[in-house]
Design a protein around this ligand. Sequence first.
Ligand SMILES: *[C@@H]1O[C@H](CO)[C@@H](O)[C@H](O)[C@H]1NC(C)=O
Ligand SMILES: *[C@@H]1O[C@H](CO)[C@@H](O)[C@H](O)[C@H]1NC(C)=O
Length: 271
Amino acid sequence: MAFNSGLSPIVKPWVLLLLLALLQCSSAQFCSFLNNGCIDPLAQTAVSFDFQPLFTDPIYFYYGFDASSSGKGEGPMTKTGFWLRYQDRHVNKDAINQNMTSEVALRVGNMTATPSGTNNGCDGVWGTRCSNDIKFAIQQTIFLLSSSGRYYDRPLQKALEHMMLVPPHLPNCVSFVFDVAAIPVQEFAREGDDQNVIVMPSGSGERPWQVFYLDDMTDHQQASQVAVGIITRGPSHNSPPPMSPNEIQVELVCLQAPQSPPSGSSSKDHD
Ligand SMILES: *[C@@H]1O[C@H](CO)[C@@H](O)[C@H](O)[C@H]1NC(C)=O
Ligand SMILES: *[C@@H]1O[C@H](CO)[C@@H](O)[C@H](O)[C@H]1NC(C)=O
């Protein structure tokens, strides 16, 4: 039995959201720039996307960044955080019949664009055919991994490591999508036998799932970047490999968190 493939042409109204919360410098600072366990974003945005069948309700991808003109003492730096939010970790147990791992990754850097259109904003960035190339490349890499018989902990993380080393052929994409220094990955659901599932609690600025720093990036530069979220549900190593790559679910979301126009001073400093 299969779940919906990420490539299935179910056209849902693209609900780009939402919530562009521009948190002002005047608001109380609850997290310092160099603390990587939390984030007090200068700009934050979220998008809802479907992750059926495991989650029956839409889930929200949050992305935010903070900035410092002095960073760790050498030039500007940004701090990026991301997480998901969902309703009460409510999952559809009927969708569970194998050992599966769901993960979310975020890619930021070397790509400025304004999200729009299908595939949760990504088609406006690089076109539908490129979105399909990227999804297929990820499906194919996870498929080969799960068919290899080798041990792996997290399918998306392992696949991305490989794709950053050996860039996949993406005939309909203009730029090197995997040409960034790092693509942090977070596991958020692990399904097992007997309809067991462990789901990560929703994140927040106080508890972001991943935080990372980008050197030589100013707040204005990061505001023009498109942040690409990659969300997958793929076979755990102790699961029989899927019949075809199409059975591996891959969703893309593209977001941008522009800052408010500078009023007086243009960057927020933490020191
Ligand atoms: C952008 O690409 C360059 C060259 O490949 C790379 O060194 C750099 O780390 C990339 N930037 C980010 C933010 O990943
Ligand atoms: C899921 O993983 C467990 C533990 O490794 C294993 O015993 C079980 O056979 C696996 N289930 C399936 C359907 O592959």
